[in-house]
Design a protein around this ligand. Structure first.
Ligand SMILES: [Zn+2]
Ligand SMILES: [Zn+2]
Length: 131
């Protein structure tokens, strides 16, 4: 377990763990044994680009871009997490409002409200927001 200083939050205020394993593998974690992450800092500024996650399977990915979002005015309609595993071959389904809602591997908000305790996670209301 790696203690990290990031959580994922959606504009409706829901909070969940950042899907670091999916980020590193750019999609679902392969179901072929252990995939343990380690956290490597390049020193210096400590910004996202200086942090790289490495998996025991050999995959590695810096955190640069992890927080990227796209907005239309105040409305966020796309995010780096929603693009995890995005297959550009499906771009014909591109929808300006929800460009990733055809990405089955995207990591979207689960509607978790952890401040309510386990109930807020077990009974997650779901989140209408698709990114
Ligand atoms: Zn792995
Ligand atoms: Zn949400």
């Amino acid at each position: 377990m790696i203690p990290v200083r990031f959580v994922a939050a959606c504009p409706s205020g829901h909070i969940q763990d950042v899907p670091f394993k999916e980020w590193v593998h750019n999609g679902p974690v392969p179901n072929d044994g252990e995939h343990e992450l380690s956290y490597h800092t390049g020193g210096g500024s400590g910004d996202l680009g200086s942090i790289t996650l490495k998996c025991t399977c050999g995959e590695r990915r810096p955190l640069a871009g992890l927080m990227n979002i796209r907005k239309d005015g105040e409305d966020v309609f796309d995010s780096a997490l929603a693009r995890i595993g995005f297959n550009p071959d499906y771009d014909h389904k591109f929808d300006k409002e929800h460009p990733n809602n055809s990405n089955p591997q995207g990591q979207y908000c689960k509607g978790h409200r952890p401040w309510l305790g386990l109930e807020g996670i077990k009974d997650a209301a779901g989140c209408k927001i698709i990114y």
